[in-house]
Design a protein around this ligand. Structure first.
Ligand SMILES: [Cu+2]
Length: 235
């Protein structure tokens, strides 16, 4: 009689240990999968270059510049190295980084080269330039208020994180270059625009053109951090 409880206790203890091991493995797998989602560009955060001061609507502001591109693949162009080392080279991507830093309440002039092809926006609302100085962008030398909603490669769309400058919003549609999606034909559209940065805080930016896979074009590069999304740090 006295042996029986002992025999029962052993399998029970083993079961508890196995349960712990299974849970630990599960947690580790989830942690590894989440870690694989993190992305840091080989060049880190691009800190805007100061180029002096400028007067905007009668106010003297610090003037800074940023320069980045959109590519039909993630295998260009940080000194010839992949923007996403070990990532999905066939996915379209912003580059060379997805993290930008600008001063608060400064004029930020962005110069972009858009190398990707594209198609139709889900919502033509994003074909209009919004939140830039004069609500315009200079595309291949021409000032425009909007682009053809059926010929968009990507958009650069910025809003504050919850609680950060809720009135801040910038949307710049980037016209597509001719050619097949995901193939770099070397052609690009030059897109230049300026906006006045908001108050200090973290802002998120993303693309609103369905350039991804599955989920109506909003999966893959559209949902994996770092290809079509990132942060604007206003300091
Ligand atoms: Cu995109």
């Amino acid at each position: 009689m006295s042996e029986k409880p002992g025999r029962e206790r052993k399998p029970k203890a083993l079961g508890i240990i196995l349960t712990f091991v299974a849970v630990a493995i599960g947690v580790a797998v989830v942690a590894i999968l989440f870690h694989a989602q993190t992305y840091t560009s080989p060049v880190g955060t691009q800190v805007a270059k100061s180029v002096g001061t400028v007067t905007v609507n009668g106010q003297t502001l610090q003037h800074v510049t940023l320069a980045f591109n959109t590519y039909p693949d993630a295998s260009g162009s940080v000194d010839g190295q992949a923007i996403h080392p070990g990532g999905n080279p066939s996915w379209p991507s912003y580059g060379p980084t997805n993290q930008f830093q600008v001063p608060a309440h400064a004029l930020v002039t962005v110069t972009m080269r858009q190398y990707d092809s594209g198609g139709s926006l889900n919502n033509p609302w994003f074909a209009t330039v919004r939140g830039t100085v004069g609500s315009v962008a200079r595309i291949n030398g021409r000032l425009v208020h909007a682009v053809n909603p059926n010929n968009v490669g990507h958009t650069f769309t910025v809003r504050g994180a919850p609680g950060t400058d809720p009135g801040f919003f910038v949307n710049v549609p980037l016209p597509a270059v001719p050619g097949n999606n995901q193939s770099d034909n070397g052609q690009y559209e030059t897109v230049i625009f300026s906006f006045v940065s908001g108050s200090q805080g973290v802002y998120g930016w993303n693309c609103e053109y369905p350039c991804g896979t599955s989920v109506a074009g909003f999966g893959g590069p559209m949902s994996a951090f770092g290809y079509m999304s990132g942060f604007l740090h206003v300091v």
